[in-house]
Design a protein around this ligand. Structure first.
Ligand code: ADE
Length: 255
Protein backbone atom coordinates (compact mmCIF):
# COMPACT_ATOMS: atom_id res chain seq x y z
CA UNK A 1 0.00 0.00 0.00
CA UNK A 2 1.18 3.51 -0.74
CA UNK A 3 2.16 5.22 2.49
CA UNK A 4 3.00 8.56 0.92
CA UNK A 5 2.26 10.15 -2.42
CA UNK A 6 4.48 13.03 -3.51
CA UNK A 7 3.64 15.22 -6.51
CA UNK A 8 6.32 17.56 -7.83
CA UNK A 9 5.55 20.49 -10.13
CA UNK A 10 8.54 21.86 -12.07
CA UNK A 11 9.57 23.28 -15.43
CA UNK A 12 12.33 20.63 -15.54
CA UNK A 13 10.50 17.30 -15.03
CA UNK A 14 13.31 15.33 -16.69
CA UNK A 15 15.67 16.56 -13.98
CA UNK A 16 13.99 14.17 -11.51
CA UNK A 17 14.51 11.02 -13.60
CA UNK A 18 17.96 10.40 -12.10
CA UNK A 19 17.65 11.13 -8.38
CA UNK A 20 14.20 9.61 -7.96
CA UNK A 21 14.73 6.36 -9.81
CA UNK A 22 17.92 5.20 -8.13
CA UNK A 23 18.75 3.45 -4.86
CA UNK A 24 16.32 3.16 -1.93
CA UNK A 25 14.05 5.88 -3.31
CA UNK A 26 13.69 4.06 -6.60
CA UNK A 27 12.99 0.79 -4.81
CA UNK A 28 10.34 2.41 -2.59
CA UNK A 29 8.69 3.85 -5.68
CA UNK A 30 8.82 0.48 -7.43
CA UNK A 31 7.29 -1.52 -4.60
CA UNK A 32 4.60 1.14 -4.14
CA UNK A 33 5.51 2.30 -0.62
CA UNK A 34 6.11 5.70 -2.12
CA UNK A 35 4.35 7.16 -5.10
CA UNK A 36 6.20 9.91 -6.94
CA UNK A 37 4.57 11.89 -9.71
CA UNK A 38 6.41 14.63 -11.56
CA UNK A 39 4.44 17.24 -13.51
CA UNK A 40 5.60 19.78 -16.10
CA UNK A 41 4.33 23.23 -15.12
CA UNK A 42 4.18 24.17 -18.81
CA UNK A 43 1.19 21.83 -19.21
CA UNK A 44 -0.81 24.61 -17.60
CA UNK A 45 0.61 27.48 -19.71
CA UNK A 46 -1.99 29.21 -21.85
CA UNK A 47 -0.05 30.74 -24.75
CA UNK A 48 1.54 29.04 -27.71
CA UNK A 49 5.02 29.66 -26.34
CA UNK A 50 4.01 27.78 -23.18
CA UNK A 51 5.37 30.63 -21.07
CA UNK A 52 5.10 30.46 -17.32
CA UNK A 53 6.57 33.84 -16.42
CA UNK A 54 6.17 37.52 -17.25
CA UNK A 55 7.70 40.93 -16.51
CA UNK A 56 7.29 42.19 -12.93
CA UNK A 57 4.70 44.87 -12.20
CA UNK A 58 6.53 47.97 -11.04
CA UNK A 59 9.46 47.17 -13.32
CA UNK A 60 12.86 45.73 -12.60
CA UNK A 61 15.11 43.01 -13.91
CA UNK A 62 14.16 39.37 -14.24
CA UNK A 63 10.86 37.64 -14.74
CA UNK A 64 8.17 36.56 -12.30
CA UNK A 65 6.37 33.22 -12.45
CA UNK A 66 2.68 33.73 -13.19
CA UNK A 67 0.12 33.06 -10.46
CA UNK A 68 -2.61 31.91 -12.89
CA UNK A 69 -0.40 29.11 -14.21
CA UNK A 70 0.55 27.96 -10.68
CA UNK A 71 -3.08 28.13 -9.47
CA UNK A 72 -4.24 25.99 -12.41
CA UNK A 73 -1.40 23.49 -11.94
CA UNK A 74 -2.01 23.16 -8.19
CA UNK A 75 -5.78 22.76 -8.48
CA UNK A 76 -5.32 20.18 -11.21
CA UNK A 77 -2.74 18.15 -9.23
CA UNK A 78 -4.62 18.42 -5.90
CA UNK A 79 -7.85 17.16 -7.47
CA UNK A 80 -6.34 14.68 -9.97
CA UNK A 81 -7.81 16.59 -12.89
CA UNK A 82 -6.19 16.80 -16.34
CA UNK A 83 -4.46 20.11 -17.25
CA UNK A 84 -7.31 20.97 -19.67
CA UNK A 85 -9.72 21.06 -16.72
CA UNK A 86 -7.95 24.00 -15.08
CA UNK A 87 -5.54 25.70 -17.55
CA UNK A 88 -6.80 29.07 -18.73
CA UNK A 89 -9.92 28.97 -16.53
CA UNK A 90 -10.51 32.09 -14.48
CA UNK A 91 -12.06 30.34 -11.47
CA UNK A 92 -11.43 27.10 -9.61
CA UNK A 93 -12.71 23.85 -11.13
CA UNK A 94 -16.35 23.07 -10.32
CA UNK A 95 -17.02 20.81 -7.34
CA UNK A 96 -13.29 20.56 -6.62
CA UNK A 97 -12.43 19.34 -3.13
CA UNK A 98 -9.24 21.38 -3.03
CA UNK A 99 -8.91 24.99 -4.15
CA UNK A 100 -6.31 27.73 -3.84
CA UNK A 101 -6.92 29.68 -0.66
CA UNK A 102 -9.11 26.85 0.69
CA UNK A 103 -8.57 23.37 2.09
CA UNK A 104 -5.72 21.66 0.26
CA UNK A 105 -3.09 18.95 0.71
CA UNK A 106 0.22 19.93 2.33
CA UNK A 107 1.87 21.99 -0.43
CA UNK A 108 5.52 22.96 -0.02
CA UNK A 109 7.02 25.80 -2.02
CA UNK A 110 10.81 25.53 -2.15
CA UNK A 111 12.32 28.97 -1.66
CA UNK A 112 15.37 30.48 0.05
CA UNK A 113 12.99 32.56 2.17
CA UNK A 114 11.27 29.47 3.61
CA UNK A 115 11.53 27.73 6.98
CA UNK A 116 14.89 25.93 7.20
CA UNK A 117 14.57 22.18 6.62
CA UNK A 118 15.42 20.24 9.78
CA UNK A 119 14.95 16.63 10.85
CA UNK A 120 11.80 17.51 12.89
CA UNK A 121 10.30 19.29 9.88
CA UNK A 122 11.11 16.26 7.68
CA UNK A 123 9.39 14.00 10.24
CA UNK A 124 6.37 16.28 10.30
CA UNK A 125 6.08 16.14 6.49
CA UNK A 126 6.60 12.34 6.52
CA UNK A 127 3.48 11.98 8.67
CA UNK A 128 1.28 13.24 5.81
CA UNK A 129 -0.24 10.88 3.26
CA UNK A 130 0.16 13.40 0.43
CA UNK A 131 2.70 16.12 -0.31
CA UNK A 132 2.86 18.50 -3.24
CA UNK A 133 6.24 20.15 -3.90
CA UNK A 134 6.42 23.30 -6.00
CA UNK A 135 9.73 24.16 -7.66
CA UNK A 136 10.04 27.80 -8.57
CA UNK A 137 12.81 29.71 -10.25
CA UNK A 138 14.57 31.75 -7.64
CA UNK A 139 14.10 35.19 -9.27
CA UNK A 140 10.55 35.19 -8.14
CA UNK A 141 7.06 33.83 -8.03
CA UNK A 142 3.96 35.99 -7.91
CA UNK A 143 3.22 36.55 -4.22
CA UNK A 144 -0.32 35.17 -4.63
CA UNK A 145 1.19 31.71 -5.05
CA UNK A 146 2.97 32.06 -1.70
CA UNK A 147 -0.30 33.23 -0.14
CA UNK A 148 -2.95 30.91 -1.57
CA UNK A 149 -1.26 27.84 -3.06
CA UNK A 150 1.58 26.97 -0.66
CA UNK A 151 0.78 25.73 2.83
CA UNK A 152 4.50 25.71 3.70
CA UNK A 153 7.62 27.44 2.40
CA UNK A 154 10.84 25.51 2.93
CA UNK A 155 14.51 26.40 2.39
CA UNK A 156 17.33 23.86 2.37
CA UNK A 157 19.90 26.39 3.53
CA UNK A 158 21.19 29.92 3.45
CA UNK A 159 22.41 29.96 -0.14
CA UNK A 160 20.64 30.60 -3.41
CA UNK A 161 20.11 27.93 -6.06
CA UNK A 162 18.81 28.58 -9.58
CA UNK A 163 15.55 26.93 -8.67
CA UNK A 164 13.71 24.61 -6.34
CA UNK A 165 14.50 21.29 -8.05
CA UNK A 166 17.59 20.35 -6.04
CA UNK A 167 15.83 21.52 -2.87
CA UNK A 168 12.77 19.38 -3.70
CA UNK A 169 15.00 16.33 -4.19
CA UNK A 170 16.57 17.00 -0.78
CA UNK A 171 13.13 17.25 0.86
CA UNK A 172 11.97 14.06 -0.89
CA UNK A 173 15.01 12.12 0.30
CA UNK A 174 14.86 13.44 3.89
CA UNK A 175 11.12 12.72 4.10
CA UNK A 176 10.98 9.42 2.20
CA UNK A 177 13.48 7.62 4.41
CA UNK A 178 11.28 8.35 7.44
CA UNK A 179 8.27 6.68 5.84
CA UNK A 180 7.79 3.19 7.32
CA UNK A 181 8.86 0.56 4.80
CA UNK A 182 11.28 2.78 2.86
CA UNK A 183 14.32 2.14 5.06
CA UNK A 184 14.26 -1.56 5.93
CA UNK A 185 15.53 -1.21 9.47
CA UNK A 186 13.52 1.33 11.48
CA UNK A 187 16.25 1.53 14.15
CA UNK A 188 18.70 2.83 11.59
CA UNK A 189 16.83 6.12 11.32
CA UNK A 190 16.37 6.38 15.09
CA UNK A 191 20.01 6.46 16.18
CA UNK A 192 21.42 8.70 13.52
CA UNK A 193 22.57 12.29 13.53
CA UNK A 194 19.92 14.84 14.50
CA UNK A 195 17.09 12.59 15.67
CA UNK A 196 18.77 12.60 19.10
CA UNK A 197 19.74 16.25 18.74
CA UNK A 198 23.41 15.18 18.51
CA UNK A 199 25.72 14.30 15.65
CA UNK A 200 26.21 10.58 15.24
CA UNK A 201 29.09 8.83 17.04
CA UNK A 202 31.96 7.38 14.95
CA UNK A 203 31.51 3.87 13.50
CA UNK A 204 34.06 1.18 12.67
CA UNK A 205 34.01 -2.18 10.91
CA UNK A 206 36.62 -4.69 9.69
CA UNK A 207 39.55 -4.76 9.33
CA UNK A 208 40.59 -4.18 12.97
CA UNK A 209 43.91 -2.68 11.86
CA UNK A 210 44.37 -0.64 8.70
CA UNK A 211 47.94 0.65 8.16
CA UNK A 212 48.61 2.52 11.42
CA UNK A 213 44.95 3.00 12.35
CA UNK A 214 43.28 0.65 14.80
CA UNK A 215 39.79 0.50 16.29
CA UNK A 216 38.93 1.91 19.76
CA UNK A 217 39.39 -0.99 22.20
CA UNK A 218 36.05 -0.51 23.93
CA UNK A 219 34.22 -1.52 20.75
CA UNK A 220 35.74 -4.99 20.78
CA UNK A 221 35.51 -5.42 24.58
CA UNK A 222 32.07 -7.05 24.52
CA UNK A 223 30.95 -4.67 27.29
CA UNK A 224 27.70 -3.23 25.85
CA UNK A 225 27.26 -0.72 28.67
CA UNK A 226 30.74 0.63 28.08
CA UNK A 227 30.12 0.77 24.33
CA UNK A 228 26.90 2.78 24.86
CA UNK A 229 28.66 5.20 27.21
CA UNK A 230 31.59 5.64 24.81
CA UNK A 231 29.25 6.30 21.89
CA UNK A 232 27.28 8.89 23.84
CA UNK A 233 30.45 10.69 24.95
CA UNK A 234 31.79 10.68 21.40
CA UNK A 235 28.52 12.04 20.03
CA UNK A 236 28.53 14.80 22.65
CA UNK A 237 32.17 15.70 21.98
CA UNK A 238 31.70 15.77 18.20
CA UNK A 239 28.63 17.96 18.57
CA UNK A 240 30.42 20.29 21.00
CA UNK A 241 33.30 20.76 18.55
CA UNK A 242 31.45 20.94 15.24
CA UNK A 243 27.91 22.08 16.01
CA UNK A 244 27.76 23.84 19.39
CA UNK A 245 24.54 25.52 18.18
CA UNK A 246 22.78 22.14 18.49
CA UNK A 247 23.67 21.97 22.20
CA UNK A 248 23.01 25.61 23.02
CA UNK A 249 19.39 25.27 21.97
CA UNK A 250 20.02 27.97 19.33
CA UNK A 251 17.85 26.07 16.93
CA UNK A 252 14.12 25.82 17.25
CA UNK A 253 13.54 22.06 17.62
CA UNK A 254 10.16 22.44 15.90
CA UNK A 255 12.31 23.58 13.01
N1 ADE B 1 15.42 27.84 -4.33
C1 ADE B 1 16.54 28.55 -4.53
N2 ADE B 1 17.36 28.47 -3.47
C2 ADE B 1 16.73 27.66 -2.56
C3 ADE B 1 17.05 27.19 -1.26
N3 ADE B 1 18.19 27.52 -0.65
N4 ADE B 1 16.18 26.40 -0.64
C4 ADE B 1 15.01 26.06 -1.23
N5 ADE B 1 14.65 26.47 -2.45
C5 ADE B 1 15.50 27.26 -3.11
Amino acid sequence: MTALRIDVVTIFPEWFDGPLRTSLLGRAAEDGTLELRVHDLREWAIDRHRSVDDAPYGGGAGMVMRADVWFAAAESVWNDLPPAATAGHSGPPKDAAFVAGGPRPRTVLLTPRGTPLTQPLAADLAAEDRLVLLCGRYEGIDERVHDAVATDEVSIGDYVLFGGEVAAAVVIEAVARLVPGVVGNAASTEHESFSSGLLEHPQYTRPPQLRDAGVPEVLTSGDHGAVDRWRHEQALELTRRRRPDLLAGDRDPAG
